[in-house]
Ligand binder design. Structure first.
Ligand SMILES: Cc1cc2nc3c(=O)[nH]c(=O)nc-3n(C[C@H](O)[C@H](O)[C@H](O)COP(=O)(O)OP(=O)(O)OC[C@H]3O[C@@H](n4cnc5c(N)ncnc54)[C@H](O)[C@@H]3O)c2cc1C
Length: 416
């Protein structure tokens, strides 16, 4: 009886609570996406983000062991599907904050967690955290050996303080609501320039308020129009010596650990966008005749296209749930499954969304309807959270090349 995809009573309650919240609160904020500048659009989402925090959605992503309410990544996936299906921008602001906290949750000491998590555990305000990895000039090769540069942001230890200098880009919410910085930044830095990257890169935590965070520009992104993606400088940002998360020099491994669960959730983002598009296309096909005699769903080609889309959605959701379950149980196949969920889910979403636009036809090209926006959001999925070509396939390739790799490992783990 171990394979059981039914939801527990708690998971079903979480699903319905998230669905209702998304419909009542997050759908309203979709209007923010039409404002003129990225910063205006992001600012307009603040009241809904505060409502998300007040409703406990951030606490629901922080493990019970750290003072939150989360007991599994599967739970997070169930919740996130509901939120992201209605508002990708705001849900990414929430999940960007969770990603920003992951180095602390995975690598932080008990003292660091109890000190730094406080604002994120309260059901008040609009706390933001960011994982600052990506840099202008590329981040697909953080562990590159010289003459490659990998991570270019540096942290130098002078006395009992680190001084961080560098530039970061595409980092969710990093400059915060007021350009002065998110409440907590986990910054990937080169802490020892002369040793191999596996031992010379660390994650340092920067707490607000700290001078030296300078916004260069808020990127006008193709999708996630009301989400803040700044390009910014860290100019002589000074933090205490003990603000290293995990071991000194262990930042590369800590980053990899954080991005495993995140990969499985990108697959769930894909499910959410496909599901929202499917709802619209199915409703359209059932009700529109487009000048013919019968609703368009009666045409076989349309029915088959909808059937193909629904199969893709179901297949992606169960792959992602399995990947999340694998991460929860630290299964031997967890890394493989999480990458597969990310790559397969993200690329399936882009295909399914364009297929569903063809089902709806020309009306899908009108921004009054949701399909164009959903496709714009979906285009991020193959290129973020580690681009599918530059990062994720390379990681999967690395797993397949291992001499001990067993292709059946991911599907043959027994219950213990
Ligand atoms: C909405 C959104 C939110 C984001 N949030 C964050 C965030 O919170 N924090 C953060 O740090 N980043 C964030 N990013 C950036 C994101 O995580 C990227 O996936 C990551 O920076 C890697 O990008 P890349 O693979 O395109 O790398 P790049 O280094 O820009 O590489 C570009 C391309 O070069 C090729 N390439 C380079 N090296 C190789 C190689 N070794 N093998 C094969 N091909 C190669 C590939 O085609 C690759 O796609 C976000 C991006 C978006 C769009």
């Amino acid at each position: 009886m171990a394979i059981d995809f039914r939801l527990t009573a708690h998971q079903r309650e979480l699903q319905l609570q998230s669905r209702n919240f998304a419909r009542q609160v997050l759908s309203e904020t979709a209007k923010a996406e039409i404002l003129a500048t990225p910063e205006e659009r992001f600012a307009a989402t603040k009241p809904a983000y505060e409502a998300m925090i007040a409703a406990g959605f951030l606490r629901k992503c922080i493990p019970v062991s750290a003072g939150g309410e989360n007991t599994s990544l599967v739970e997070t996936a169930i919740m996130v599907e509901e939120l992201y299906a209605v508002n990708a921008s705001l849900t990414l602001t929430l999940m960007g904050t969770v990603l920003g906290l992951l180095p602390l949750l995975i690598g932080g000491t008990k003292e660091q967690r109890s000190r730094l998590l406080v604002p994120f555990l309260k059901q008040a305000g609009a706390p933001l955290a960011s994982f600052c990895a990506t840099e202008p000039g590329g981040s697909a090769n953080p562990a590159s050996a010289p003459p490659g540069e990998g991570v270019r942001t540096t942290a130098r230890l002078l006395g009992d303080r680190w001084t961080i200098d560098g530039r970061k880009s595409w980092v969710s919410s990093a400059t915060g609501w007021d350009r002065k910085g998110a409440d907590l930044l986990s910054v990937l830095c080169r802490t020892a320039p002369d040793v191999p990257p596996e031992r010379g890169i660390s994650v340092l935590v920067v707490e607000r308020p700290t001078p030296g965070i300078v916004l260069e520009r808020a990127i006008d992104s193709v999708g996630h129009r009301a989400h803040l993606l700044p390009c910014f400088q860290l100019e002589g940002v000074s933090v205490p010596r003990d603000n290293v998360l995990g071991s000194l020099g262990g930042g590369f491994a800590l980053t990899a650990a954080c991005f495993t669960g995140a990969a499985a959730l990108v697959g769930i983002f894909a499910v959410a966008l496909m599901r929202a598009a499917f709802d619209f296309a199915l409703n359209f096909a059932r009700n529109e005749k487009r000048g013919g005699i019968l609703p368009v769903i009666e045409h076989q080609a349309v029915g088959y296209a909808l059937a193909d889309a629904k199969m893709a959605i179901e297949a992606t959701r169960y792959l992602c749930w399995r990947a999340c379950h694998g991460v929860d149980f630290q299964s031997p196949g967890a890394d493989e499954l999480a990458i597969e969920a990310k790559v397969y889910g993200s690329e399936t979403a882009v295909r399914v969304l364009t297929d569903l636009m063809r089902v709806v036809g020309v009306e899908s090209y009108d921004h009054m309807f949701p399909l164009g926006r959903l496709l714009q959001d979906a285009l991020a999925l193959p290129v973020f959270g580690g681009g599918n070509i530059g990062v994720r396939r390379r990681q999967l390739h690395g797993i397949l090349k291992r001499p001990e790799y067993d292709p059946l490992m991911a599907s043959s783990e027994a219950e213990t």
